[in-house]
Design a protein around this ligand. Structure first.
Ligand SMILES: N[C@@H](CCC(=O)N[C@@H](CS)C(=O)NCC(=O)O)C(=O)O
Length: 209
């Protein structure tokens, strides 16, 4: 059995949405970060830094959302991924672009506009938000170009890149991230949200408590 450890946030959503798109059976264990359950003895060993998501399968634990998503695809005959090196690299590069670049700026919005006021009674830092917006203005056109030419981010078929990227774009529902200048992204976003697997993942991750 696969066990996914998560919280109501975008990193666990990537993994649950991928598992749902792959049609995998899994157990979802809610780790309440608000109550610091990720620092308890029960969670020790699941993730080297006590973060979520983590995956437990066949007696081993895997950390990092991109690694977990690739693992889920590999145990599913490379569905949503590829055994062809060039295609796999294209998908990998989107996962890295989201983790290291675009997602980093979107996560700043989440941190400043949601986490700071909710958990630290702190107002959003406008300089941090302005820097994030500046980088998103430079980087989002690369995703827009793909989605104005293709139904999905890496072509005509859904891949790991789609649920992974969607997790970050969903931050816009809670923050001032604005994608109205990008019609290709908006079209893809609406289509992704309508997918039954994504709706199920949404319930699993964001309704858990
Ligand atoms: N790079 C990691 C990020 C994981 C991460 O930062 N998770 C957050 C929740 S979305 C977390 O566990 N925060 C609690 C903490 O850092 O103590 C991944 O992609 O899995």
């Amino acid at each position: 059995m696969l066990t996914i450890y998560g919280f109501n946030s975008f990193n666990p959503f990537k993994v649950v949405a991928t598992a749902e798109e792959l049609g995998l059976d899994y157990d979802y264990k809610f780790v309440n970060l608000g109550k610091q359950e990720n620092t308890t003895a029960a969670y020790a060993g699941k993730h080297p830094f006590g973060k979520v998501p983590a995956l437990e399968h066949d007696g081993h634990c895997i950390a990092e959302s991109a690694a977990i998503c690739r693992y889920l695809a590999r145990i599913s005959d490379n569905k949503l991924y590829s055994s062809a090196p060039a295609k796999a690299a294209e998908i990998d590069s989107i996962l890295d672009i989201m983790n290291i670049h675009i997602g980093r700026w979107m996560a700043n919005y989440f941190w400043q506009e949601i986490v700071c006021p909710t958990y630290f009674d702190k107002a959003p830092d406008q300089d941090v938000l302005a820097e994030a917006k500046g980088w998103l203005d430079k980087q989002l056109p690369a995703i827009e170009q793909r989605l104005s030419e293709n139904q999905f981010i890496c072509g005509d078929e859904i891949t790991l890149a789609d649920p992974f990227t969607l997790a970050y774009f969903m931050i816009k529902e809670q923050t001032s991230i604005d994608i109205s200048a990008y019609p290709g992204i908006e079209r893809w976003y609406a289509e992704m949200l309508a997918r039954p697997a994504i709706q199920k993942a949404n319930k699993v991750v964001y309704n858990a408590q």
